[in-house]
Design a protein around this ligand. Structure first.
Ligand SMILES: [Mn+2]
Length: 315
């Protein structure tokens, strides 16, 4: 399968392989336990992005001019282990070429191979996990590649910092480094949590953003929603500071499970992605070609989504 059109409908000259940013869609959902449908996440994300404004007011920038290359989706893995290995290999290849590599899932287990690749490429890597769930089980339903285990390897091989956590099994407390965990119920009463979370990070940071970190009131379409989540501007303030104070080397956004009747979550995910790129390149004016003004007028859905392909919780 190949997408028709470019990321967010940007002009072709910004969408080629010479761009600084690579976006890898991974429509994978094999192990999720309750709400199936994260395999539809990348399509819904791309369709929302195609209908999104490209000027970022806050940073006064048009980050797409850095060039965003949308790759073919990674899919068709024979086993969960193949999924991890193939994502690792693909991302490592783009990192080696000096690209700023980003990924849209898919369920959270897609991050295992990504983090493995970044950890091989960058010294003393921190993984900033923004998530409702700890995801620290060593195995779940017999597999170490389950979404419930997405952070177990990172917990052993990197400096893992967990933010927004509000759901976990008792057994995960044994693996957890509590100095590096920011629980949602504590964040709500702690005006210093952002400072402390940033202090816990080393210079090189990979961000894995599970959309269920958000409060379900602003992003309901995710596989395992949890009440009491992070709100929009608080999340953006934190991300803006992380990008400003650390060297963010790449990121992923996972667990978008599009709903049949509401696009709200798809647009929130698309905006979050663009915000993160805008923060990364806010002070970088080395655009590919800034001479022409591109005014986005037409809506360009990348691919038409079929109604029956969405999760429908009402049926
Ligand atoms: Mn989660």
């Amino acid at each position: 399968m190949e997408y028709q059109g470019t990321y967010a409908g940007i002009p072709e000259k910004y969408a080629g392989r010479n761009g600084k940013i690579v976006l890898v869609p991974v429509p994978y959902d094999e192990t999720s336990t309750w709400g199936k449908g994260a395999d539809r996440g990348p399509d819904a994300f791309l369709e929302a992005a195609a209908n999104m404004e490209l000027y970022d007011i806050e940073t006064d920038s048009e980050v797409y001019k850095q060039g965003v290359y949308l790759t073919k989706p990674l899919e068709g893995f024979e086993t969960p282990r193949d999924m991890v290995v193939e994502i690792h290999d693909a991302l490592k290849n783009y990192i080696d070429r000096g690209k700023f590599v980003t990924m849209i899932g898919g369920e959270h287990s897609v991050s295992i191979g990504a983090i493995r690749a970044f950890n091989e490429e960058f010294d003393n890597l921190s993984v900033l996990q923004i998530d409702a769930h700890a995801d620290l089980r060593k195995t779940y339903e017999g597999s170490p590649y389950n979404h419930a285990c997405a952070m177990s390897e990172a917990n052993e091989t990197t400096n893992l910092v967990q933010v927004g956590i509000r759901s976990m099994d008792y057994s995960e407390t044994l693996a957890m480094n509590e100095d590096n965990v920011f629980f949602a119920h504590e964040m709500v009463n702690d005006e210093y949590w952002m400072d402390n979370a940033i202090d816990a990070l080393t210079e090189n940071v990979y961000i894995t953003f599970d959309l269920d970190a958000f409060d379900p009131s602003i992003l309901p379409a995710t596989g395992t929603p949890e009440p009491g989540g992070m709100m929009w501007y608080e999340t953006l303030e934190f991300l803006r500071r992380v990008f400003a104070e650390k060297n963010v080397v790449g990121f992923d956004i996972v667990e978008l499970c599009p709903h049949a009747r509401s696009q709200v979550s798809n647009f929130a995910a698309a905006k979050l992605y663009y915000k993160m790129l805008s923060y990364k390149f806010a002070d970088d004016d080395s655009n590919i070609d800034d001479e022409e003004t591109f005014i986005k007028e037409t809506k360009q859905p990348i691919k038409k989504l079929k109604e029956e392909s969405y999760v429908n919780y009402e049926s």
